[in-house]
Design a binder for this molecule. Structure first.
Ligand code: 4NP
Length: 158
């Protein structure tokens, strides 16, 4: 199973989600069966490490972002990944617009899996530290919900 987490810059929300989801998959013993990656719809930060504020906030909860590097969404992502999950509606619109005909992947909002339908992970880039804590709170809930769905799918695939 392959999961791609998508935001705008790939330096705040989606790398945070990548690290948290990977950490939680390790905790439940599914790290070998679910591959996780992240990307941005924009290209401004390609090759850059995550935002220092996001990195510091994540580290306070035990998640490491420092080895991650930003990349932009690519055409092949729609065939490589089973789930392409957007942090907000803008990111989702880009995914829907670029989704090739016949693409079988699940394309949707990440927080739908936390039982938070139509809820964005708000962009923290231009705000204060509270925004980064909110990203962590929401992403932890989203990752827990997504793992329950993945467990069921992987159980059925056995
Ligand atoms: P992200 O946050 O999409 O969560 O990585 C942002 C990062 C950079 C910018 C906007 C949002 N920016 O405008 O450069």
């Amino acid at each position: 199973m392959h999961v791609l987490l998508v935001c705008l810059g790939n330096i705040c929300r989606s790398p945070t989600a990548e690290a948290i989801l990977r950490h939680k998959l390790e905790q439940v013993g599914l790290a070998e069966r679910v591959q996780v990656d992240s990307c941005g719809t924009g290209d401004w930060h390609v090759g850059a490490p995550p935002d220092e504020r996001a990195t510091a906030a994540a580290l306070r909860r035990g998640y490491r972002l420092d080895a991650l590097r930003a990349r932009q969404l690519a055409e092949q992502d729609f065939t490589r990944f089973d789930y392409l999950l957007a942090m907000d509606e803008d990111n989702l619109r880009v995914l829907e617009a670029r989704r090739p005909p016949g693409c079988r992947a699940h394309v949707g909002l990440f927080l739908d899996f936390a039982g938070l339908e139509d809820t964005p992970v708000p962009d923290p880039y231009y705000g204060g530290d509270r925004g980064f804590e909110e990203v962590l709170d929401l992403v932890e809930a989203g990752a827990d919900g997504l793992i329950e769905v993945l467990k069921r799918r992987l159980g059925e695939a056995r």
